[in-house]
Structure formats: structure tokens, C-alpha cells
Design a protein around this ligand. Structure first.
Ligand code: ATP
Length: 255
């Protein structure tokens, strides 16, 4: 569980995050949405410790990250998995080496043990038999699977994803979203995803936090988002005609 309390972060005179309070539970896909510039990236970077809060706290299962000793910080880093926009794989390394990287970096396992673990996670993302391929030989969707395998190879408690399905066609994007949701549930990971993708909101939004100008404007589930009267949420989420129609149909059905 990640508890964010009254989080403030700014740069110079510009206040970006203005007192965000929310809780993310294990086993749930938590989505951060909001207009460009609303503070989603600064929020995610604060969660992974790249920004230090000016005020407020972020605690990981009761442990406040700004209070960590160097040793605790090292331990906590190993509890975190990350999936970046564009997959961020090492182009000159094979799939196997990409996925093995965190194990080599953080553990003293033997090569055999590492390989065993790599094969488990590659199987989980349905990429068995791709060990020797280079990223360039894979489709965008397969590259994302490698990135997910690498993110979970250390068996993380927390998973952070920045636009995990950017650049994918809608069908592949949903497959990747569902994979993240299944893994989150299976391993009871606390997963936080930054997204622009309204399909993701509808498909895997178990908890959605809507940021507006650095404040938490609204939070709820993908079901709640159909029913909300919050004007800022409605105008953002239902800005396309397609989603407007989906919402109208849903509301008519439940009347
Ligand atoms: N390191 C920084 N220094 C100064 N200002 C910053 C820094 N990082 C972000 N900002 C500012 O914070 C605001 C929020 O940026 P952020 O990148 O978090 O938005 P976002 O919601 O992720 O946008 P997008 O959807 O376009 O990625 C912007 O006005 C940005 O210019």
C-alpha cells in the first residue's frame, strides 16, 4: 500500500503539486489521469523518489521514503518495478540479458538461478523462446512485454508505469493493459500507471485519480467515472464523440 498525504512539489516559484492525498492498494491498477501539464509526471517521479516533496509524505507500507537510511533506500529500490514509455530496453542486448539486468545489478544469484527466474517471467508474459532475440527484432507489443518481464523479475511490491501502451495499436494496447492488471492481481502488486489512454481508464481503472492543475480533482473507479457529474472530469474524459456516446448509452441503460 502506498499512502500519499498532502504532497506538495514545485520548482522555483511554480507550484506543481498542491497538496495531493490518496491511497493506492495492493492488487489494484491505479491510474493517474489529467490534462497535459496537470502534474502526472511530477507525481509519478515523486513516488519513485526522483523528486523530494516540499511538504507532505509518501509512505510505502508504513515506511516514509524521505526517512529512509541509505540501506533502507537500497532495499526499497529493489521492491520497485518500472515500465517506461517506449519500453527503454537496451538495444544491443538480447531479451534474456535485458530481463536479467536487475538480477545482475541487485542480487548475488548464480547465472543458473537468474536464468531460471528470467524464464519464469518471460513465460508469464508469453515470450518463451525469445531469449536470444534483440529488441529490434520484436514488435512494439513484444517489446512492452519484455519491459514488463524486466519490471517484475525482482518480484516487486510496487510497479510504476509511465504511459505503458503508448505507440501501440488499440488492440495491442488493451492486451498490454490487461497483462499489467493480471500481474498486479496475481502478485498483489501496488501498481500506479500514468496514462492518457481513455481505453485504459475504462478497461483497467480500478482506481482512477484525476489531477487538475496539481490538485486531486476527483478519484473513483471506471464505473464511477460514467456516473460522475464533476465537470472537469466529464469534459476531459468525454472529450471525444465516441466516449460521449458510450457515456450517454451507459446512463440511459441505468436510468
Ligand atoms: N524539473 C522541472 N522543473 C521545472 N518545472 C517542471 C519540472 N518538471 C515539470 N515541471 C512543470 O510542472 C508542470 C507539470 O508537468 P508534468 O510533466 O508533471 O505534467 P504532465 O501532467 O505529466 O503532462 P503530460 O501529460 O504532457 O506528460 C509543467 O508546467 C512543467 O513545466
Amino acid at each position: 500500500m502506498i499512502e500519499v498525504k498532502n504532497l506538495h512539489k514545485g520548482f522555483g516559484d511554480v507550484q506543481v503539486l498542491k497538496g495531493i492525498t490518496t491511497t493506492f492498494y495492493p492488487g489494484k491498477t491505479n491510474l493517474i489521469i489529467g490534462q497535459s501539464g496537470s502534474g502526472k509526471t511530477v507525481f509519478l517521479k515523486s513516488l519513485i523518489g526522483l523528486h523530494t516533496p516540499e511538504k507532505g509524505t509518501i509512505s510505502f507500507d508504513g515506511r516514509i521514503n524521505t526517512n529512509f537510511t541509505e540501506e533502507e533506500k537500497q532495499e526499497w529500490r529493489q521492491e520497485i518495478g518500472m515500465v517506461f514509455q517506449g519500453s527503454a530496453l537496451f538495444d544491443s542486448q538480447t531479451v534474456e540479458d535485458n530481463v536479467m539486468f536487475p538480477l545482475k545489478m541487485f542480487t548475488k544469484k548464480s547465472h543458473g538461478e537468474m536464468l531460471e527466474r528470467v524464464n519464469v517471467v518471460l513465460k508469464r508474459v508469453k515470450l518463451e523462446n525469445s531469449n536470444d532475440k534483440l529488441p529490434a527484432e520484436l514488435s512494439g507489443g513484444m517489446q512492452k512485454r519484455v519491459a514488463i518481464a524486466r519490471a517484475i523479475v525482482m518480484n516487486p511490491k510496487y510497479l510504476f508505469c509511465d504511459e505503458p501502451n503508448s505507440g501501440l495499436d488499440p488492440r495491442t494496447a488493451i492486451v498490454i493493459d490487461k497483462l499489467i492488471q493480471e500481474i498486479t492481481d496475481e502478485y498483489q502488486i501496488t501498481t500506479v500507471i500514468n496514462t492518457h489512454d481513455m481505453n485504459s481508464v475504462m478497461e483497467i481503472g480500478e482506481k482512477i485519480v484525476f489531477l487538475n492543475k496539481g490538485k486531486k480533482e476527483w478519484e473513483g473507479t471506471s464505473e464511477d467515472i460514467f456516473e460522475t457529474e464533476n465537470e472537469a472530469v466529464v469534459s476531459f474524459v468525454y472529450s471525444s464523440n465516441l466516449f460521449k456516446k458510450v457515456r450517454e448509452a451507459h446512463l440511459n441503460k441505468t436510468k
